[in-house]
Design a protein around this ligand. Structure first.
Ligand SMILES: NC(=O)C1=CN([C@@H]2O[C@H](COP(=O)(O)OP(=O)(O)OC[C@H]3O[C@@H](n4cnc5c(N)ncnc54)[C@H](OP(=O)(O)O)[C@@H]3O)[C@@H](O)[C@H]2O)C=CC1
Ligand SMILES: O=C(O)[C@@H]1CCC=N1
Length: 290
């Protein structure tokens, strides 16, 4: 969806549990698409973050997760993986009574873990409908990318609700094999940071060639913007767009050969693999029962 477009269906009342960076990006996307701010509740322990969310978006904020959760039919769990277990266990009784649609955006944490933690002490608690989602920070501009995976308890209405909520952030794709959510995290969840790193490196290299600081930054950033627009707005493959910049025997060829002989592709593959592996580690490290 492009910014300012309204959503195809109303996601209903939402409680964000955690009001940090990613929650802020998603809330910005929802509010800019006309979702009523008073249907969005946010639980966040940091008072300054609560005040900023209220001032910027008009959403309702709470210091208590339980209080926010009791106000909404969808819970969006947006805390760090390292604290997810404690947060879920504190909400378990309410979860079994209210039976919300629970959506987690935490890297690594699996649906099985969320289901056990939200199931409370009862080993035979009926599994909740749970969606695992992996958005990214361009959500703030409506230019995000989210991978979604649902458990069998999520019905068609739940899938529509989750998709409506996350499509406020940009594009969505359903991933049927949950094990692939760590790969989604490694490519698109963390991916904006890889592009920012390339932009930083281009800026620094420009300065090393003698460009003034401001010019080096503008040249690097506008080049990333222009290239990203060509990638998404033309029908050509990335390799063809690259070929059109690369005059035989010219300057681009000199640079691209340097990247290729330096092993850029292998380095990117290794970085993405390590990010996915870190997601799997986060799941294991935060679950002594796994
Ligand atoms: N940032 C990103 O680009 C992306 C992040 N994610 C996932 O989103 C989740 C959040 O990440 P991010 O927004 O970057 O992290 P942040 O630390 O910015 O946000 C998490 C917020 O949750 C708060 N919090 C801690 N405990 C509770 C609680 N019991 N109840 C309510 N709020 C609580 C934290 O407060 P305090 O600081 O005091 O602990 C913090 O403000 C992570 O699981 C991450 O894997 C997914 C995709 C992209
Ligand atoms: O770095 C992280 O762990 C989170 C998940 C994806 C992006 N940020």
């Amino acid at each position: 969806m492009s910014p300012n477009e309204t959503l195809p269906s109303d996601p209903g009342s939402i409680a964000f549990i955690g009001g940090g960076n990613m929650a802020r990006s998603l809330i910005g996307g929802l509010v800019s698409r006309g979702i009523a701010a008073d249907t969005i509740h946010v639980a966040e322990p940091v008072e300054a973050l609560r005040a900023a969310l209220e001032a910027d978006f008009g959403v309702r904020t709470h210091a208590s997760a339980l209080q926010a959760a009791s106000e909404a039919e969808t819970w969006l769990l947006a805390v760090k993986p390292q604290v997810m277990r404690g947060v879920c266990e504190a909400l378990a009784t309410q979860a079994q009574v209210a039976r919300p649609l629970a959506i987690s955006i935490a890297a690594g944490i699996t649906i099985d873990q969320l289901s056990r933690w939200l199931g409370g002490d009862s080993a035979d608690a009926t599994p909740l409908p749970i969606v695992r989602a992996m958005p990214n920070t361009p959500a703030l501009l409506g230019a995000g990318m989210t991978g979604l995976h649902a458990n069998a308890q999520v019905d068609a209405g739940g899938r529509t609700r989750a998709e409506a909520l996350l499509s406020a952030a940009g594009k969505t794709v359903w991933i049927e094999d949950e094990a692939l959510m760590d790969a989604v995290t490694a490519v698109s969840g963390s991916g904006p940071a890889y592009v920012f790193l390339l932009a930083e490196a281009m800026e620094e290299a420009g300065k090393a060639e003698g460009l003034p600081d401001a010019a080096a930054r503008t040249l690097a950033l506008q080049t990333v913007l222009g290239a990203a627009r060509m990638l998404t707005e033309s029908d050509e493959a990335p390799s063809e767009l690259r070929r059109r910049v690369t005059s035989p025997g010219g300057t681009t060829q000199a640079a691209v050969e340097t990247f290729e002989s330096g092993g850029l592709r292998d380095l990117v593959a290794q970085a993405v693999h390590n990010a996915a592996e870190r997601g799997r580690q986060l799941a294991r490290a935060n679950d002594e029962d796994a």
